[in-house]
Design a protein around this ligand. Structure first.
Ligand code: HEC
Length: 186
């Protein structure tokens, strides 16, 4: 057994490569090719219904079909510092371009597209939190939708929880303390 000294280390190195080869075999697609549905995904223009008896992880109905249905939704996310922080970050990314960093419709495009001031009593008191959630989810006449995807929908950018964080920020801090984008928010 002259070559034993080299054969055994060589076999050992080869054995380390086996998993790489196995994963590349055409039949090992495992969970790659399976039907899966994203929350509130649309199908033929309608929001996909969840299977019976399934509940969303935050325990509230999220399969509302339009803004009117969203109106009476209860906000399931407590107004905490953490929630407001996430909401603020998302607001800067998704809302400030049109509504302004301060929320007062003072961005360069605000007047051009008719984006409204979000610090007024109308948005802060008159509208329900559910309606705000619905506005973010389905958009408005001009405002884009952030919670639906597929035909006729927007980009499905914000998850249910994220949308409520934005609502928490808009309703609990925006009007009190205008946003100054800082490094910490990026
Ligand atoms: C592309 C520009 C644009 C962006 C981005 C945008 N909005 Fe709007 N928003 C508008 C316009 C325009 C209106 C008023 C007309 C309408 O309903 O489309 C509006 C209206 C609203 C209203 C009032 C709804 C009502 O019933 O009167 C709320 C609340 C609101 N936006 C919140 C948000 C929040 C929160 C975000 C970020 C997630 C956001 N908007 C992002 C353009 C925008």
């Amino acid at each position: 057994m002259r070559f034993n000294g080299r054969l055994i280390p060589a076999l050992f190195v080869l054995s380390l490569l086996v998993p790489t080869v196995v994963f590349a075999w055409p039949w090992s697609t495992d969970m790659m090719n399976q039907p899966s549905v994203k929350p509130q995904e649309t199908y033929k223009g309608k929001i996909f219904s969840f299977p019976a008896r399934s509940i969303p992880t935050i325990g509230v109905l999220t399969t509302v079909a339009n803004r009117d249905e969203a109106k009476s939704l209860q906000n399931p996310i407590a107004v905490t510092e953490g929630s407001i922080k996430i909401g603020k970050r998302l607001f800067i990314i998704y809302c400030s371009a049109c509504h302004g960093l301060s929320g007062k419709a003072d961005s360069p495009v605000s007047p051009k597209i008719g984006a409204i001031d979000l610090t007024t009593e109308y948005v802060q008191k008159d509208l329900t939190e559910g309606w705000l959630f619905g506005t973010i989810t389905f958009g408005g006449a001009i405002m884009p939708a952030y919670g639906i995807s597929g035909e006729g929908g927007g980009s499905n950018d914000l998850s249910v929880e994220e949308r409520w964080h934005v609502v928490n920020y808009v309703r609990n801090q925006l009007a009190k303390q205008p946003v100054v984008a800082s490094k910490a928010d990026k």
